[in-house]
Structures are given as structure tokens and as C-alpha cells.
Ligand binder design. Sequence first.
Ligand code: IFM
Length: 784
Amino acid sequence: MRYGYFDKKKKEYAVTRPDTPTPWINYIGSGNYGGIVSNTGGGYSFHKDPQNRRVTRYRYNSIPMDRPGRYIYIRNKNSGEYWNPGYQPVQRKLDSYSCRHGMGYTVLSGEYQGVIGEVTYFVPDDKNFEIWHVKLSNTYGIAQSLQVFAYSEFSFWDAILDQQNVDWVQQINQGRFDDGIITYYPYHVSDNAAFFATGEKVSSFDTNLETFIGKYRSEGNPIAVEQGGCSNSISRRMNGAGAFCIDVDLKSDEEREMVFILGFAEDRTAIKEDIKEYLSPGKAKEALTRLKKYWDDYTGRLSVETPDEDMNLFVNVWNQYQCKTTFNWSRFVSLYQLGLGRGMGIRDSAQDTLGVMHTIPEEAKQLIIKLLKCQFTDGRAYHLFFPLTGEGGQGDAPVNKFDWYSDDHLWLILAVNAYVKETGDFAFLKELILYNDRSTSGTVLNHLDMALEFTRNNKGPHNIALAGRADWNDTLNLDTGKGAAESVFTSMLYCRAALEMVELCEYLKNKEQGIKYTGMYEEMKNAINSSSWDGEWYKRAFDDNGEPLGSKENKFGKIFINSQSWAILGKVADCDKADKCMKSVDRYLNSKYGIVTMYPSYNEYDETKGGVTTYPVGTKENGGIFLHTNPWMMISETLLGNGDKAFEYYRRILPAKRNDDAELYEVEPYVYCQNILGKENPQFGVGRNSWLSGTAAWNMVASSQHILGIRANYDCLIVDPCIPAEWQGFKAKRVFRGAVYNIEVQNPNGVCSGISKITVDGAEVAKIPVFEAGTTHSVVVLMK
Ligand code: IFM
């Protein structure tokens, strides 16, 4: 069943019924102030950090689901009936409903008894507040006397304490109202405030949640709305809310627009000045136009026209959009990652930079600097950091002395190299960046060198990388205290990282370092091949007792995906082994909805394997389709020239392909989710944990840089496609270092890969040069 469709022209996804199988959400804001908005208005807001600067509350796992949110109630003064344009929380059956999720904004629209209510949510100009632009239209044929209630529920800034220390939070909550602005702040705080404001004439207001909702009621039937007015409550304790009641009399065919602003102020005396120009509906709409322009520019730096419409939709709009969201929030805050405790992942954010590098490299650099600052002087890195304070951490309590993840630091090399290739900013490599002790600094190159050194200095019995607390797979917790468990995956990632350093050194003509990294790569590659080749594929790891995982000898977990794809990405496998790995993945792990992480799944808890065995069969890392791993297979297939296979894998997980079976898929069809239940699970095909996943960045890389083959290099732009043989070609526009490249790929002989000729502006070239910013060039690539 369908719950909506892609509006390609408007670059929106239109949800056509409110009862989606899970809340289908969108993000507003660009990484500073922002929040989550669901298709029925549910969700919450935060400023810079969802744990330490929570602005509004959300009740996870709540029944009814997806509450509270940013609610507009429309009440008919004569009948007393009230409803919401987004259906929730009143759940009045509407005469029509739609939700349009666009890039950085969401529009909810509902009609009831001749009144159309529309509310648009967005953050203007990267301000510390969000606009709710409300439009009412009376199509009833006679005048209507209405009331609009706008409502949100405040949270104490520290979202953990907000739930943990209810007595304290309820005793300190203060709400005030002054000249159209409701402020909420804890008693002891003298500068900050969350606020809710309007430029409309306020008939009544509430700053106290209990007063607005009423005892033993819910957002679905607030006493204030039912009675037709708020109580002008000034909260001196209990829970905070922002609620306004506005009277609206509409003649037949009349429209009325109004603006509400919800936000966070570091200086509460400045709120009035900060918001004043946005309180008028006209100015708010101008801000929305600017926001749309921002996103058009952001996505416009890469656009493609391929024979596959869904691929075009994703590369041009939705995948790029999701990449910015993962770049903003890593794995920190969604409807599944609750913005509590986890912070921004170092490995995650490093990978996220890859998905936005082609369009906002300067912002990517700033994030990379933050990540480098989370590195220890011995080369390893924290596992996460909190954006408000920059403080790093390792996540849960340490399990043993190997209190580090074996991979976090290695991803930094991939991120920095991608940045330098995109920008040519070699000076960055010499910039001094502090280590996390905040007293020692090293150049970026030192940081990268130490990242490799850490892994080199922490090898196990097979002379490959120790596993530490886990590698990319958080749930493979093999080290039970002996410090002997090893990760084949991390060893392969290390090979890839070492090769990227070799590449960089070659370009920098730094022979000595290049030789060092080549030696590191060779040594690791040989160790992997002598310890971890299993006959038809590579083993995945060794546990603390030296027992292999991912071997034909194992009853469960005989084969894992990551040690096959990374054998190619890390150039560990020779041709014969590479071919066998790919075939084994296809044979044992491929499925209708994507490639599973491993097979067969563990069927009971096993403390020598850890978290992975806490999941039921076919779930998440235990035999589920963990989508993040699929693009690594796509890239591997392209590196071997198999464009048909790479594209098959690409299409299998493309969310748009699940639009028509959304009832099974359950999650949003416009963004990638983290996981889909795997072929061994009775609910095979159900998706979960949408939005924040490395799947976004890596699918962007796989599709644009490897299938379409358009990628940056230190001194040129590469166009080296590996496409389905049946494609006759494709077109693309890529902005690279400020110049526009209009690319046409021709495939007259129906090959998957290989180039016979490149012309730039009509002249044949060996490589596509870097041009002056502001110029436009035409590139024609003829495949073999
Ligand atoms: O790699 C991790 C990621 O850091 C967080 N989510 C799960 C992934 C796989 O375990």
C-alpha cells in the first residue's frame, strides 16, 4: 500500500494519509537550532545539542504514538468542535489531509468543515528559532468565527535530567509572558530561555502545561481548547508550555496568515529584537524562499540524468538531503536515536563528511577538525563527542582495558583525503590541531600518521588488528578480557587507510613516508591473507580464544559481508580471491531487499561474541540487512568492473523502490533506513531506524563516485563510470572547485566499464583538468 508519492517538481514527498506505519519524519534546521517534525506534527526541538540543549519534549515509546509535537488546534467558536491540520493529537477525521516534506521544511494541511488549515515549519536563515507559518482559509461559503491555539511543551535543557529528576525539574520551572513572548527557563538560570512568540493579538495564553491540558487529560483534549480559552497561567513550578489562543473571524473565502516562533535564546533579553523581522507572515515567507534557494544551491552542485528515474531522484535530491542530516546529527538524534547519551560518533561523522564533501567541503573541514581534536596522542580516538561542549567520550562504561574501538581513528584518514581531493587545500595537512589532552598538538598529517601507528602498535596473535571493544560493528564484542581478539575488518580498513596515505604521499612527493605506508599496507595484507582466507571468502574476526568468526567451520556466522567488501576496498584480495568473495556474498548473503550482514544468524546469546547475539535471528547486525554495508559491496563490484551487479545492489535498497509496499517496509521511502529485517526473520523486509545511518553517505559515494564514476582527485576530476551494460550513457553536472562541468557519458557498445576517449571543450585529454572557478566546461566521455 502507498502512503504518499514523490512530487519531483517541488522536490517534496507528499504523505497522503496520516496513519503511516511509523511516524514519517523530516528535519528542520541546519545543525544548530532544529528539530524533527513528523507527518502529523509530532517531534521535538533542540539547540546545538539534543541532550544538553533540549527545547521541547518528546515521549519515546508513547501510546498514542508520536507525541507531543508542535500543535495547531483550530476551534469553531459556535460549535466548540476543534481539530488539527496534521490530524494529531485530536485525531478528528479530516475532509482532506496532506503532509509535504521538503528540504528543511514541512507543510501540514488539513481541511475540516470548509476551513483549510495549513502550517509550515522551518528554521529561517540558520537562526536559533523555528517559524510556524499558519494559514487559514474559509471555503465554507459563510463567515466563520474561529480560534487558533498554538502549543508546544518545553523540556528542561538537560534532557536526561528532565526525565531523571522530575521533582527538581518541576520545582524550578518558570514561565513568563510579556508582549507576545512566552519564556521558559529554570529558576537558577539568568541568561538562557526557551521561548514561544507571536506577533498576533493574543486573546489568552498559558505557560503552564497542567493548566493548558488539564488534569487527567492529554494533548488530544486540552481543557483550554475545549473551553475556548487559555487561563493566562504564569508557571512558577510544574511543567512548562507555550500556548497561545488567537481569535480569528473569517468571512467567506477569506484567508488569514499568522506566525508563531519557537526557539532558544542564549540571552533572553535579546529575543524581541532577534525575532521581530520574522513575525510578519510576508517576511516569514521570504525566509522560506531563501531556505529553498539554499537547498537548491546545496543539491545543485551535483545533478544527474540517468536512465533510472529513482536514481536521479535520490542522487539529485533525497540522498543529498539525507547526507546533510547525517552530517548535522551523526547518529545522535532521530526517532530511534534519542539524543540522549550517545553524542556524535567519531567514526560516524568521519564517514558522514564523505557524503557532503562535493558540496560543502569547508563545513566538512570544520567537522573533521572537531574529530581530530578527539584523537589521543597515541593515535586512537574517542568514540563520540558532544557538540555543545566538544567533549569526547567512549560511550558505555568500559568493559575491559581495551577501552577503544579499533576503527574510529582510521576513518579520519579517509575523510581528510577526500577533503584534500575535493578542494586541493594541501595547506590543511600542515595545520596544527590539538589532541584531546588539549596541550599537545600535531599537524593534520601527524594525526593521520598516528592513527595508522595506533593500529600497527595494537596487533594480536595473527599479527592483524586487535578488536578492542568493537570495530565498525558495535555489537561484535569479542574481547572478554584477554586482549587477544582480532578484527579482520579493521585490518582491511587499515590497509585502505595506508593506501590512501601512500596516494597522498605520492602526490606530495614525500617518498620516505610513502615507503613507510606501503610497508605497513604490505605487512598487514600478508598477515590477513595468511591468517584469514577461508577458501571461498575471508573470515571476519578472531575471538578472545582465537576462534574464528565468519568461517565455514562455524555453525553460525559462517560468512560476513564486511570482510568481503573491504578485502576489495583495502586491496587485500588478489583477482581470484576477489572474485570468490563477491560470488560468495551473492550466493549466501544477497536477498530480495538487500544484502544481509552475515549468515546464518546466531540463534542464542553467546558471551564470547557479545552484543550481536543479543539480537533475534535476522535482526540488525545478526543477519539483518544493515544497509550501511551494502554500498561497500556496490563499490567493490565497481572496482572489479561489474556495473550490472553494482547497480543491482544499488536498486535493491533504494527506498523509493519500497514506496508501493510501505505497509511492509514501514519506514520513510524518501530516505535510507539503518536496517531491514533479514531473510531469516519472519518479518523479512520491515525497515527500522530511518535517517541517521552511514548508509546515506556511502550510497552517495557509491552511486555518484563509483557507479557514475564522477569523483574528485588532487589535480583533476575523474569520470570513470561502472554502469549497467544496457545503459547507453548518462548526463551529469558537477561543480568542482567552483567550475561547472557538464558531463556526457556515451556507451555505444553496451559495456559496464572502461573508457576509450575523453574530450573537454572539444579537445581530447588524458585527464579532466581543474579549471578556474566560475567557468563552465563540457566533458564527453566515450566508453569502450
Ligand atoms: O558502525 C555502527 C555505528 O557507529 C552505529 N550504528 C551501528 C553501526 C554498526 O554496528
